[in-house]
Design a binder for this molecule. Structure first.
Ligand SMILES: Nc1ncnc2c1ncn2[C@@H]1O[C@H](COP(=O)(O)OP(=O)(O)OP(=O)(O)O)[C@@H](O)[C@H]1O
Length: 169
C-alpha cells in the first residue's frame, strides 16, 4: 500500500484529489460556479459578516458532500463493478446526501438574498465609485479562478485520469 511519508506529501495527495474531483465532476464545477456567483452577490450586497460565513459554510457542505459522493462512486465501482443492490444503495444514499445539502443551501441562499436582491445594480455602482481598483482586482481574481476550473478538465492528467473511475457524471 502506498503511504504519504510527509505532511507535504499528504497535502499534495489532498490537492490532487481536489483537482481530480474538479476536473472530472461536472456537478462539482457547477457548484463551484454557483458558489462564485453567490460570493460576488454577497460582496456586492455588502452582506453582514455573520451571514457571509453561514452562506460560505453551506457552500462548503455542498462541495464536501459532492466530493464524498465522488469518493463513494469510485470505491463502489472498484468493489462492485457489476450490478448489485448494495452498490446501488451506497451510490443512491451518497447522491441523496448531495441533494439534501444542495436543497438546504438553496433555501438558506433564498432566505439570505431574496430580501436584498433588488438593490444589486445600485450596490455595484456604489462599489465601482468608491473602490474601483478593489472591484477590478476582485473581478480579475474571480475570472482567473473560474478560468482555471474550466481549463482543468482539458489538462487533467492526474491519478486514474485514464481509468474507469467516475468521469463527468
Ligand atoms: N454497480 C451498481 N449496481 C447497482 N446500481 C448501480 C451500480 N452503479 C450505479 N448504479 C445505479 O446507477 C445510478 C447512477 O450511477 P453512477 O455511477 O452513474 O452515478 P451518478 O449518479 O451518475 O453520478 P453523479 O453523482 O456524479 O451524477 C446510481 O445512483 C445507482 O442507482
Amino acid at each position: 500500500m502506498k503511504r504519504a511519508e510527509s505532511l507535504q506529501e499528504s497535502f499534495r495527495y489532498a490537492f490532487s484529489g481536489l483537482a481530480y474531483a474538479l476536473a472530472t465532476q461536472r456537478n462539482l464545477r457547477l457548484h463551484f460556479f454557483t458558489a462564485a456567483a453567490v460570493m460576488v452577490l454577497g460582496w456586492l450586497l455588502d452582506l453582514p459578516k455573520r451571514e457571509f460565513i453561514v452562506v460560505l459554510a453551506a457552500i462548503m457542505v455542498v462541495m464536501v458532500a459532492e466530493m464524498m459522493n465522488t469518493a463513494v462512486e469510485a470505491v463502489v465501482d472498484l468493489a462492485s463493478p457489476r450490478i448489485h443492490p448494495l452498490a446501488q444503495t451506497a451510490k443512491d444514499v451518497a447522491a441523496g446526501a448531495v441533494l439534501l445539502a444542495a436543497v438546504g443551501a438553496a433555501l438558506l441562499g433564498l432566505w439570505v438574498f431574496l430580501p436584498r436582491i433588488t438593490s444589486v445594480g445600485h450596490q455595484f455602482m456604489l462599489r465601482w465609485d468608491n473602490e474601483r481598483i478593489l472591484t477590478v482586482l476582485f473581478l480579475i481574481l474571480l475570472v482567473a479562478i473560474l478560468g482555471f476550473v474550466i481549463w482543468l478538465p482539458h489538462i487533467w492528467k492526474g491519478p486514474s485520469a485514464g481509468a474507469s473511475a467516475p468521469h463527468d457524471q
